[in-house]
Design a protein around this ligand. Structure first.
Ligand SMILES: [Fe+2]
Ligand SMILES: [Fe+2]
Length: 190
């Protein structure tokens, strides 16, 4: 099994999220959309890497299904979707992606793995804390999908850089931990 170190989310985040679940769901809709778009961006950049294309296209397909599920959740709750508030978390992580290939591909795969890992962790926290059973069930299912996605990106990273991926994953995970510690606790996924 490929391991990605992740520092646990501040437990107070759950209370912040529960205090405005509609805001969390509205943000979550765009997280799923951006996950699909990020996966497809790898198809644009690396069309010659057959294995990468096949894996991320399947993953994007699942993320698109998640967009449908979260939009149905918003509709069920009578919550009007909003425009994307932006994502300083993902933007800050992308700053660590190196410009030169093949380092660039490795870094993009690892940054996506970290975002999937953090999302999975927080969706699981929500699944355990949300009182409404149907919503909690939805979040538990989404959390396990994002764990699989993390592993997909890690497997691709290990294929791209069999000798260097682990050390780079640890570096980027340290940046991610520092970033999460610096960001305010807010009713968003990140
Ligand atoms: Fe997803
Ligand atoms: Fe995902």
């Amino acid at each position: 099994m490929l391991v990605l170190p992740l520092t646990p989310t501040d437990p107070r985040w759950v209370d912040v999220a529960l205090s405005d679940l509609d805001a969390v769901h509205r943000d979550h809709l765009h997280c799923e959309r951006k996950a699909a778009q990020s996966a497809l961006s790898l198809v644009r950049s690396y069309p010659e890497r057959e294995h990468v294309v096949a894996a991320v296209a399947r993953l994007a397909h699942e993320e698109t299904a998640h967009v449908v599920q979260v939009s149905q959740l918003l509709a069920r709750r009578g919550t009007a979707p909003t425009y994307d508030l932006g994502d300083d978390y993902a933007a800050a992580l992308r700053e660590h992606v190196r410009k030169r290939e093949p380092e660039r591909l490795l870094d993009r795969l690892l940054v996506f793995a970290l975002i999937e890992a953090r999302s999975a962790e927080r969706l699981a926290l929500l699944a355990a804390a949300i009182p409404d059973e149907a919503t909690a069930h939805l979040y538990a299912g989404l959390a396990s999908a994002e764990v699989r996605h993390r592993d997909t990106f890690l497997e691709l990273a290990a294929e791209v850089a069999p000798d260097g991926w682990e050390a780079r994953a640890a570096e980027l995970a340290a940046h991610e931990s520092a970033l999460v510690a610096a960001l305010p606790l807010r009713p968003r996924i990140h």
